[in-house]
Design a protein around this ligand. Structure first.
Ligand code: A2P
Length: 332
C-alpha cells in the first residue's frame, strides 16, 4: 500500500490518503488545496457544515480549468448535515453542496451523523430552541433516509453513498434493508480508538472505512476554547506526543504523524488528516516507501530475534511433519 492505493467497494475507488478540511477556513482553502494537489492528493473531504464548500469549489474550478487535474482523477466527498436527515431533504442539501462545489456530482456522499436535527433552513446548522437547546429531530428514520440517499445515486448526483458516525447496529440495519449498500463508513479512528471489531465487521460486509482525526484531533482544544466551551474533559495526551510513537518515528527517521498515518493505512483504512500548512500537507502524504513489516521481519528483545511469522505444529502428527517442515523452510 502507498498513498496512491485505493479502497474499493462497488464502483467506488477511494484513494487511501485524503485531505481533511474540518476547521479549514475559506481563507485557508486555496493554499491548502493547491499544496495538496501538488503533493499528489486527489481525495478531498468536506461537509456542508464545514462551511468551506464554496471556497473548495472556487479552487477546484481553477485547477480543473487550468487542465492541471481532471474531474475523473478527483475523489470528492461531502456530507449531508443532520438538519437534512430525512428522505425528502437529501436532494435539497446535495444540490446545495454541488452548487457550492461547482460540480455535477460527488464521488461519495455521506450521511454526516445518525442524529437528525429539525430543518430550520440552510443557514441553521445547529438549530436551537428558546432555552438554547439543540432541536434534535426525534422522528429520524434511518432506513427512510437511506432511500433518499439511494435516489442520489440514481440521479447521478453521487457516484457512491455512505455513512459517518454510525455505530455497528446502525450500519447493520442499513445493510439489512438497503438496495444500494453503503460503500464507506467514516468514523473517528486512531491508535487510541481502533474499534477493531467494528472495523472488521465493516470490512467483512464490503463497507470500506475511512479514519477521521487520525492524529486524535489536536485542533479540537483550540476549537472549543475559541467558543468558550470548557476543555477539561478533552484528552491530555495526543497520539502525536505518544512516547512509543515518537520512539518509532526516531528509529525510522520519520515524523510521528507519518508513523500514525502509516499505521492506519496498514490497518486497512483510509485516512483524511486535516492540515492547512503546506509542509505538513506534503508530509502527511509522504507515507509510502516506509519500511514495511513483511514475513521476514523480526521482533527483538535482548539477543532474541524472533521472525514474525512462524510455523505452528500443534496437532501436526509425526507422520505429517517431514512434508510440513520442508514446505515451510522452502517457503521462507
Ligand atoms: P494544521 O492545519 O495547522 O497543520 P486531525 O486530522 O486528527 O483532526 O488533526 C488535525 C490537526 O493536526 C490540525 O490541528 C492540524 O493543524 C494538525 N496537523 C496536521 N498535520 C500535522 C502534522 N504532520 N504534524 C503535526 N500536526 C499536524
Amino acid at each position: 500500500l502507498d498513498s496512491k492505493s485505493v479502497l474499493t467497494s462497488g464502483v467506488m475507488k477511494m484513494p487511501v490518503v485524503g485531505l481533511g478540511t474540518w476547521q479549514s477556513t475559506p481563507e485557508e482553502i486555496d493554499t491548502a488545496l493547491n499544496a495538496a494537489i501538488d503533493a499528489g492528493y486527489r481525495h478531498i473531504d468536506t461537509a456542508f457544515v464545514y462551511q468551506n464548500e464554496s471556497a473548495i469549489g472556487t479552487t477546484l474550478k481553477k485547477l480543473l480549468d487550468s487542465g492541471k487535474i481532471t474531474r475523473e482523477e478527483l475523489f470528492i466527498v461531502t456530507k449531508l448535515p443532520g438538519t437534512g436527515n430525512r428522505r425528502e431533504d437529501v436532494e435539497l442539501f446535495l444540490k446545495k453542496s454541488l452548487e457550492a462545489l461547482q460540480l455535477d456530482y460527488v464521488d461519495l456522499y455521506l450521511v454526516h451523523s445518525p442524529v437528525g436535527m429539525v430543518n430550520k433552513g440552510f443557514d441553521q446548522l445547529f438549530p436551537m430552541g428558546e432555552k438554547g437547546e439543540i432541536l434534535f429531530d426525534m422522528n429520524t428514520d434511518l432506513l427512510e433516509l437511506w432511500k433518499g440517499m439511494e435516489a442520489q445515486v440514481d440521479a447521478g448526483r453521487a457516484k457512491s453513498i455512505g455513512i459517518s458516525n454510525f455505530n455497528q447496529n446502525q450500519v447493520k440495519r442499513i445493510l439489512d434493508s438497503c438496495r444500494i449498500p453503503p460503500a464507506n463508513l467514516q468514523v473517528e479512528l486512531h491508535i487510541y480508538l481502533q474499534q477493531k471489531e467494528f472495523v472488521s465487521f465493516c470490512k467483512q460486509n464490503g463497507v470500506t472505512v475511512c479514519a477521521y482525526s487520525p492524529f486524535g484531533s489536536p485542533g479540537q482544544k483550540a476549537f472549543f476554547e475559541k467558543r468558550g466551551i470548557p476543555t477539561e474533559g478533552i484528552r491530555l495526551l495526543f497520539p502525536l506526543e505518544d512516547p512509543v510513537v515518537k520512539e518509532i518515528a526516531e528509529k525510522h527517521n520519520k515524523q510521528p504523524s507519518q508513523v500514525l498515518l502509516r499505521y492506519m493505512i496498514e490497518y486497512g483504512v483510509a485516512v483524511i488528516p486535516k492540515s492547512t500548512n503546506p509542509d505538513r500537507i506534503k508530509q502527511n502524504f509522504d507515507v509510502a516507501n516506509m519500511t514495511k513489516i513483511d514475513s521476514k521481519s523480526v521482533v527483538t528483545s535482548g539477543k532474541m530475534k524472533m521472525p514474525v511469522v512462524g510455523l505452528g505444529t500443534w496437532q501436526s502428527t509425526a507422520e505429517e511433519i517431514d512434508i510440513a517442515l520442508n514446505a515451510a523452510i522452502d517457503a521462507g
